[in-house]
Design a protein around this ligand. Structure first.
Ligand code: NAD
Length: 472
């Protein structure tokens, strides 16, 4: 298990150590190195020095490194899943799923690396040729959250390698071991030294701010909360650094009264409970039409009560621990406030005593003005609101500052499409609980972010367009 910083192809110590905890019992599983100013600067120096040669490297060369990384990650799925589960707390089925999903970004971008599009046209006036190319943007800072420590890293490293950018990865302090494993894997896949560096500053705020004011840094790709994203956009503004922002969600679900519950319940259960609800895509506000509400609440409550809470690596666990007591307590507080505001608890709702950052699967029936609907819960809590007309359901669903993903359930495709088109979100799932796919553009509107990761768009977060006008 790697526990050090990675700078210019070397694993090194920094200015101290940070403990990494197993959130299911609070024990320390490793101590990792912390970067000081000197290491952060050395990472910039290494990535800057490697940038020119790397940008000129053959796309096929970069593609083959990514393909090799995909193969290594696939072969080592169980080892990666175990590290994810140990430091993040999630159940092994979730961790294995994440490791597979994460590897797929390497496969997809291995295929994209050799297909960067360009354009060659005659100008409408006929006086020149319009030649459009896409060049690597250059040294990129990649900042990732704790909830998907593998997939959020590969969703950035994959396109950056494909595009020919050098990188400095800063993982979340709660889950650095997975990132360190992936960096080691990239080294084994043949990534040249300096192209990918890993730092873990003691205090992210000042360290990243300083880096964003360094003229060698050209691009910032951030995944995390809207709150931190907002701060970073302001920091990046001083030097007009390009930003890609994958931020928080408050996903809405609209269940029409003609929805097939045999499809809706299992799919919604995936949308709600993947990663124990600690996903930006997690179904956060569930609006169900009155005609089907009673049966839906009964069936959803039964499904939610079947989750088995426990240590992520135990074979019977389907709902692991949260990454920390602090995160777990935030969920418990939101539920307590919802209940104080009149929510009816159908299942769960009680914070367990004892060690371990656990919280049970919970179903609440709430009024449309309950405060829980304003927050990203990031846990296994399903607040349900009953609505009457389609118009009312759509209006309630869009009543949020966030716009990452929406879910629509209906047996009538025309009705489902009408609602899907009315959803103010970057992504909409129809009769499906998980639509994340490396081949699809992932991202939000409103305060859920800027830019797209994955799909044909993902590589463009690491490319800049150049137009060359040719006299002819
Ligand atoms: P967070 O914003 O607290 O932290 C994210 C990363 O930013 C971490 O690495 C953290 O150390 C770092 N960070 C914190 N403050 C910083 C600062 N001032 N300057 C620079 N870096 C700083 O988020 P989190 O709690 O780790 O993750 C949960 C959030 O991430 C949720 O809001 C979730 O919706 C969001 N998320 C979004 C997506 C997406 O694709 N849209 C995916 C996963 C998670």
């Amino acid at each position: 298990m790697r526990t050090q910083l990675y700078i210019n192809g070397q694993w090194i110590d920094g200015i101290g150590k940070l403990p990494v905890y197993d959130p299911s019992d609070g024990s320390v599983i490793a101590e990792v190195s912390i970067a000081g100013d000197q290491q952060c600067n050395a990472a910039i120096e290494a990535a800057d020095k490697a940038a020119k040669e790397w940008a000129k490297s053959a796309p096929r060369f970069r593609s083959e490194i990514l393909r090799k990384a995909f193969e290594l990650m696939t072969a080592e799925n169980e080892a990666i899943a175990t590290i994810i589960s140990r430091e993040n707390g999630k159940a092994m089925p979730d961790a294995r799923g994440e490791a597979t999903y994460a590897a797929e970004f390497f496969r997809w971008f291995a295929e994209e690396a050799v297909r960067t599009p360009g354009d060659f046209r005659k100008s409408p006036s006929g006086d020149k040729r319009i030649l459009v190319t896409h060049e690597p943007i250059g040294l990129s800072i990649l900042i990732t959250p704790w909830n998907f420590p593998a997939a959020m890293a590969t969703r950035k490293i994959g396109p950056a390698v494909a595009a020919g950018c050098t990188m400095i990865l800063k993982p979340a302090g709660e889950t650095p071991l997975t990132a360190m494993y992936i960096v080691d894997l990239m080294e084994r896949a043949g990534l040249p030294k300096g192209v990918l560096n890993l730092i873990l500053p003691e205090k992210s705020g000042p360290a990243i701010s300083k880096m964003l004011h360094d003229p060698r840094v050209k691009n910032l790709s951030f995944t995390g909360s809207t709150e931190v994203g907002r701060v970073l956009i302001k920091e990046a503004a001083d030097r007009i650094i390009r930003c890609s922002m994958e931020l928080g969600g408050n996903a809405q679900v609209v269940i029409h009264d003609d929805a097939d519950l045999a499809v809706t319940i299992p799919q919604l259960s995936l949308a709600k409970m993947r990663n124990g609800g600690a996903a930006c895509t997690s179904a956060n506000r569930i609006f169900v039409q009155r005609g089907i509400a009673k049966e839906f609440i009964a069936q959803m409550s039964k499904t939610m009560s079947s989750f088995v809470m426990g240590r992520g690596t135990d074979s019977t666990t389907t709902l692991g621990a949260y990454v920390s007591m602090k995160e777990r307590n935030k969920i418990a507080d939101l539920v307590d406030q919802a209940v104080a505001a009149g929510a009816k608890v159908e299942v769960g709702g009680v914070k367990p005593e004892g060690e371990g950052a656990f919280y049970p699967a919970t179903v609440l029936v709430v009024q449309k003005d309950n405060p829980i609907l304003l927050h990203e819960i990031f846990g296994p809590v399903a607040p349900i609101v009953i609505f009457d007309t389609d118009e009312e359901g759509i209006e309630l669903a869009n009543d949020t500052e966030f716009g990452l993903i929406s879910y629509v359930f209906s047996s009538d495709l025309t009705r489902a499409l009408r609602t899907a088109e009315a959803m103010e979100s970057g992504m909409v799932a129809i009769n499906k609980g998980i639509i994340s796919d490396p081949a699809a553009p992932f991202g939000g509107v409103k305060q859920s972010g800027l830019g797209r990761e994955g799909g044909f768009d993902g590589i463009h977060e690491f490319l800049q367009t150049k137009y060359i006008g040719v006299e002819i």
